[in-house]
Design a protein around this ligand. Structure first.
Ligand code: GAR
Length: 195
């Protein structure tokens, strides 16, 4: 029998998407979350506790580990097949993107191509959506390419923006969509590439 597809998840913050992905694949025989990495220290990122509760230690890495290729080497040595970005806020070096082309996905908390690009992450996105008077927002899953937030869109789900929404209200609504749809979109992409 073939071995399971091995995922690495990279994140920078609370790790709620990481936890939802880990839960989704926990009972899956064909896919396993083999590595979770975070560029922030445990005192600034809730992800360490979340993954520990699910039985996997988050590995801390630094910007220079990413930029100088050591993280890529770690993932290659760990036989990682796919890289999943889940609230990862650093720019991916070209060599890293090339190594996982067609096997690296990102999630964005808005309907790209609107509200994407440098500086558009987390709560900044929801603030901008509300300030622009948008009636609809949502989440986007896209392939990672060297151009920030510009890789091909794989899946989008939308939700209403209400007139009295705070950025936090909208963030909560979008997060629900992310937790529901990111894991199954990852599964569908792996299935279609491996078919
Ligand atoms: C998610 O909403 C994700 O879409 C966003 O960061 C949040 C991470 O939450 N990503 C970006 O803004 C990327 N530009 P989490 O750590 O609880 O999964």
């Amino acid at each position: 029998m073939e071995r399971p597809v091995r995922l690495a998840i990279l994140a920078s913050g609370s790790g709620s998407n990481t936890a939802s992905i880990m839960r989704y694949f926990a009972d899956e025989e064909n896919v396993e979350v083999a590595f979770v990495g975070c560029n922030r220290p445990p005192e600034r990122a809730g992800i360490y506790e979340r993954t520990r509760a699910l039985g996997l230690e988050t590995t801390r890495f630094t910007k220079s580990d990413l930029v100088e290729g050591r993280l890529l080497e770690t993932l290659q040595n760990a036989h990682i097949d796919w890289v999943i970005l889940a609230g990862f806020l650093m720019h991916m070096p070209p060599a890293f993107v090339q190594a996982f082309t067609g096997r690296m996905l990102n999630i964005h908390p808005a309907l790209l191509p609107k509200f994407g690009g440098q500086g558009m992450y987390g709560m900044h996105v929801h603030e901008a959506v509300i300030a622009a008077g948008e009636k609809e927002s949502g989440m986007t899953v896209h392939w990672v390419t060297e151009a920030y937030d510009e890789g091909g869109i794989v899946f989008q789900a939308s939700c209403e923006v209400n007139l009295d929404d705070t950025p936090q209200d909208l963030a909560n609504r979008v997060m629900q969509l992310e937790h529901t749809y990111y894991p199954r979109t990852i599964a569908a992409c792996i299935e279609s590439v491996n078919a």
